[in-house]
Design a protein around this ligand. Sequence first.
Ligand code: SF4
Length: 255
Amino acid sequence: MLSTLAAARPKKRLFLGLLLASEFFVALALYGAWRISYLGLENIFRYLPAIVGALLIFVSTFSFGAVCNMVLAIKGLPTLKLFHRYSFAIIKFLFPVAVRIGKIFGIRRRQLEGSFVAVSNLIFMKSGIKVPANRLLVLSPHCLQLSTCPHKITRDPNNCKRCGGCNVGDLMKLADEMGFTFFVATGGTLARQVVKKIRPQVVLAIACERDLMSGIQDVYPLPAVGVLNIRPNGPCNNTRVDMDEVRRVLSQIVI
Ligand code: SF4
């Protein structure tokens, strides 16, 4: 059974550990660049090396603080709101470095993305956000629909006949039962348009690691929780979702 919310401890540590390693690496690289350019900077203006050095120390300390803030959030300890805003920007900047460092240790990009989703989900759950069902948007990828299904559900999921051929029907039934909005998006652009139009208070997204990672960051500051899809036929083809997990997540966020 796939579980992103109940992700094992090492998964979360993986992301945070590599993010901290990236911080260290980038700080070291910045220090090296500062040392190399020291004389040149001094030739321009006597105090320029000190100004640039102070700026680099500030940036490095700030981004280190943002990662530590995430650790505090996971532990359920008080966090600084100031960092929340910049956390995803810092992740976006450091993630490619983390991927490269991970590669050295045989860690795949997908593992790291999954670890990010686990961290993000845990922070979401620790924040204790609860909303009425009608303020919740559940988004799923188009690949969840049975590839041979003739019904066009991407503009209107109500076209689904709930035949039981794929999880789209299950999600539609659940949406009718609970009252949340369910939408099938063909890509990130359509997903963003739907979020803009519906203006939910919370998004529950079903997708692969990569799409969840970018989607959660894209909709920020809107709180989003992710459920990984299951890919028995490989990526983007007749994917599935663990409905028990979807129900479990819903039970934790819907009032
Ligand atoms: S459940 Fe809906 S989307 Fe899935 S195959 Fe049946 S009609 Fe098509």
